[in-house]
Design a protein around this ligand. Sequence first.
Ligand code: DON
Length: 598
Amino acid sequence: MPHRFTSLLNLLFLLGLGGLPSIITVPSALAEPALVKPVGQIDVDRPLESTFYSPRDRIHPVFARNGMVASQEALATQVGLDILKQGGNAVDAAVAIGFALAVTLPQAGNLGGGGFMVVYNAAKKQSETVDFREVAPATARRDLYLNEKGEVDEPRIRYSHQAAGTPGTVAGLALAHQRHGRLAWRAVVEPALRLAEQGIPVSPELAQSLREAHKRMAPWPASMKIFFKADGAPYQPGETLVQSDLATSLRLIAEQGAQAFYEGAIAQKLVADMQANGGLISLDDLKNYRAVVRAPVKGHYRGYDIVSMPPPSSGGIHLVQILNILETWPLAELGPESAATLHRLAEAMKLAYADRSEYLGDPDFVKIPMAGLTAKAYAKTLAAQIDLSRARPAAEIKPGQPQPYESGQTTHYSIIDRDGNAVAVTYTLNFGYGSGIVAAGTGILLNNEMDDFAAKPGVPNAYGLIGGDANAVGPGKRPLSSMTPTLVFKDGQVVLATGSPGGSRIITTVLQTVLNVIDHRMNIAEATLAPRIHHQWQPDELRVEEGLSPDTVRLLEGLGHKVVVKDAMGNTQSIVRAPEGLFGFSDPRRAGGLTAGY
Ligand code: DON
């Protein structure tokens, strides 16, 4: 990090704000107000729009002049890049990568899940989003997942056929292709088909994640047949994983389009598997599934335009809401990773997640006060509640009046093509390998997205997220998501495409990437690597990654934060567009990603 603050400066900030933690004593001379104004470590002369290599940088992004792809898996990145080189546009590449990741990153890439795409069409100068979130089957009811004691039946909502919502991925990719694609449908499905048919080399990370998934897959012969050897042994790194049933499904999709999945042979097999195992998804559910084009959530932050995912994801709304709150303070001067900055972030995050718990759900079923939640004026009232000298206990915070754990695997990818079209896609099965269940004969893993509903409003889900009535289970309803595929614009031009997996931490991961680029002027590699923090209101803890200075942690604790160090958060795949070309970076928090361009 070129901009890291020393602990002394952190301390001075706190002093200047009048919030001296009781555990710290400081020589009074250090409290000179003159010393409070910082700091000059930020390379403010480097505009985001021109991020060519600076000798201050310790890490550098990938550079390419024409087109670029950033994804969590190298073979899929290569597929996208080939599509761009063949003359396909960013959406063609996005569709091809979406199918390819279903083969090469089976823990998150999928045909049996869902997600969200943000598209910028440069010729039309228009942004839109494609919502291909899973939908609750028609027989789903509010109390469906409660056991006889009235408690949430976690095994059923997470690891059974009833865990799956009607998948949206195939419909979403088809809709995006139909609206924006340039290449033939077959051309964007075939690379994935070849990978499934010919097999992929098992990477060390795939081998490890499959070993971890063994317990979940063991009850399901259709899953074991594909992801483990005939004798049940796990694949070793370097061995070849062939997915023949998936290749058959992909061939049907290549030949017949999305209809093969929703009405044809794949639908028949999927529903037969549901019926044999007490699942909910029917032929009608599949036939009635629709991906939806929605207007993006838009925000404005320090001269940049933010374009992100609207409900049924909470991502865009709360990204904009937190940015609006943070605009109150000169974060660039306060510095990245300083306790002063991180305290403001944490307090703003809590307020946003409290609102999320109350107001967010499927917009086709509940009225969400979107304008209020993203209004600058509302953010002002929230910022005014933030005490700069102390962390507010979560119990003191209630949702406002806007008149508005672990084992997860989701994946994000970003593409910018030579014409300036940009695509940000986040999609998922929810947990790694979803429910762990392959619908027999299809090679397709089923999501466990029903757990993103508030199965019992007020009771946290697997990500510790609390949802209210707005996110209760209901037939035809989409479960609330945190996925935040995001584009940032300056003067009408895309300057950043980004997004991340990470469950409830997705919103705050994307937030910090945006802040690191816009406020702290980091290049996209440094913006990615900077240690992340996360507060989601409940549980009342400030989760941080390894790498924060212990001095900073002490300062935050002095303000009253309960700081806990846990696993790394998120896995961003980002591209910055500058006059010189494209700069991209694949987050190394998970192994195997690749950013490449031409
Ligand atoms: O839609 C959501 O918010 C969750 N189903 C995402 C899950 C996730 O990111 C798991 N990841 N690492």
